[in-house]
Write a protein that binds this ligand. Structure first.
Ligand code: TXE
Length: 480
């Protein structure tokens, strides 16, 4: 059985106490590799390596750091298909999705921040004849990047790239559920001669390795993506230690369909927004609100399209939905489908586990599930399910749909389908979200601020926001 290794101080190493965790292949429901069950000793070694590498790395020019990051991006590009197969096997998502979205985005994350630091401007505030101020943005030192299982290398690199680009050294932990492409990134670092200790990758459980990273006194900032509950726990440890904190958490995103929308476009994009990555994207539109006048027409057209989504083994070219990430998560999603029925919902399509033939008989496959007839404020419509489950809810007025859309504890993303542009921008202004798409979904410009409000998180990733997060601003004032 393959044993993955940590990447510390530029070398692939076993966990200090020699303990490992099973790593499952979701599409087969079987263990296919082992990952280090790292604990505080491994984290200590990683933080030490990061702090040892920090002086030289932070002393490099932006152009020098840019070259190192571009080397990673180029190598990811060269190994794209291999990384996509690994991602698909580890997460359960269709290979085609990993090949067209996940791995290209990991490549682009490194390239984007490698070039962003070549164009960054610094601040200067003149006081006229009295003097002037300039702002130094200095790296923090060793920082922690902790990422989830839904978009493994995509989100892992989304945090690591700006941290490194701004001159920090990193201790990073992927989810123990999907560690494999982070392990391949370790190999890529060695292949391209990435400076030892600048990036350190530690595998293991959140409550063990993750917790040790958050607690470590020499970790100056934590960039986290994952569940809201976990985010709150991390904040409770980091805040009294005055660490900088970036939290990208859960979502329960409204998708608002007005009766004047471009109908076919709304149906097509709403289907992708509902079920891409098996509904395991924090930006998925899981609450679909449809204006009464077109409710039945939209429902029929949407169901027609959902029925065409083929649930199949991830390696199949025609797979539009692969396996969900784990048995626990499959059971969590199934429990919400049961809850929806208990709350009075009607299942219009799906609701069941898909029994695949061998060798996928034990795979965690679920049908795309569409439910109507629930109140906007029931648990099914208030809690994050994070699986292939959406609800349909009719509304009359803009005021009513805003009230329902804004009723949850979350505020990450929102999609609005209408051709009345005044209304589009009015709703965009009033919705409780950090990200709004008008007549589209998941169009991403990496320069834009990315993050949520309320219980969807704290802080913003993306563009210069991310580079600022990973630096301290120092104002220097000079008086003539
Ligand atoms: O996240 P966790 P999981 C939501 C979704 C999902 C829920 C839990 O609802 O069902 O979060 O998913 C590490 N100290 N999202 O289990 O537990 C953990 O090892 C330090 C939304 O993936 O939050 C992993 O690396 N680290 C999200 C990472 O945190 C800890 C995407 C995420 O794990 C830790 C994924 C601790 N105490 C899930 N506990 C999004 N916003 O995209 C865990 N970890």
């Amino acid at each position: 059985m393959e044993k993955l290794q940590n990447y510390i101080g530029g070398a692939l190493v076993a966990p200090a106490d020699g303990t490992y965790l099973d790593n499952y292949e979701p599409a087969k429901g079987e263990v296919y590799s082992l990952i280090p069950r790292s604990k505080s000793a491994d984290v200590e070694a990683a933080v030490e390596a990061a702090n040892k590498a920090f002086p030289a790395w932070s002393a490099l020019s932006n152009a020098q750091r840019s070259k190192h990051l571009m080397a990673l991006s180029n190598r990811i590009s060269e190994r794209l298909d291999e990384l996509a197969h690994a991602e698909s096997r580890d997460n359960g998502k269709p290979f085609k999705l990993a090949q067209s979205v996940d791995i290209p985005r990991a490549r682009d994350n490194f390239a984007f921040f490698a070039t962003a630091i070549l164009h960054q401007e610094d601040e200067f505030h003149s006081m006229g004849s009295k003097g002037f101020n300039y702002t130094l943005r200095q790296p923090l030192g060793a920082v922690a990047c902790i990422s989830p299982w839904n978009l493994p290398l995509y989100l892992f690199s989304w945090k690591i790239a700006p941290a490194l680009a701004s001159g920090n050294c990193v201790v990073a932990k992927p989810s123990e559920v999907t560690p494999y492409t982070a392990y391949l990134l370790s190999q890529i670092c060695i292949e391209v001669g990435f400076p030892a200790g600048v990036l350190n990758i530690v595998h293991g459980l959140g409550a063990e390795a993750g917790q040790a990273m958050v607690e470590h006194q020499n970790i100056k900032a934590i960039s986290f993506t994952g569940g809201t509950q976990t985010g709150a726990r991390i904040a409770s440890i980091a805040a009294p230690r005055f660490k900088k904190l970036s939290l990208e958490l859960g979502g329960k995103n409204p998708n608002i369909i007005f009766d004047d929308c471009d109908f076919d476009r709304a149906v097509k994009i709403s289907t992708r927004a509902a079920f891409a990555n098996q509904g395991q994207i924090c930006l998925c539109g899981s609450r679909i609100f449809i204006q009464k006048g077109i409710y039945n027409q939209f429902k029929e057209a949407f169901l027609e399209r959902v029925k065409g989504l083929k649930v199949a083994p991830p390696e199949n070219d025609d797979s539009r939905m692969g396996a969900v990430v784990s048995e626990d998560h499959m059971n969590k999603v199934l429990s919400y489908i049961k809850l929806a029925q208990e709350e009075g919902g009607t299942i219009l399509h799906g609701g069941n586990r898909v029994q695949m033939p061998a060798p996928h008989a034990k795979g965690y496959f679920l049908e795309p599930t569409v439910i109507e007839g629930l109140s906007y404020d029931c648990r099914t419509n208030q809690e994050e399910i994070f699986g292939p489950v959406v609800t349909l809810t009719p509304f009359e007025s803009e005021e009513e749909v805003l009230m329902m859309a804004n009723s949850t504890e979350y505020g990450l993303a929102c999609t609005i389908f209408t051709q009345d542009l005044n209304r589009a921008h009015r709703v965009a202004k009033d919705i409780h979200s950090g990200i709004v798409w008008i007549n589209d979904w998941l169009v991403r410009d990496l320069r834009t601020p990315f993050g949520g409000v309320k219980n969807s998180g704290v802080g913003r990733e993306g563009g210069f926001e991310a580079l600022k997060f990973f630096t301290e601003a120092k104002n220097v004032c000079f008086n003539f």
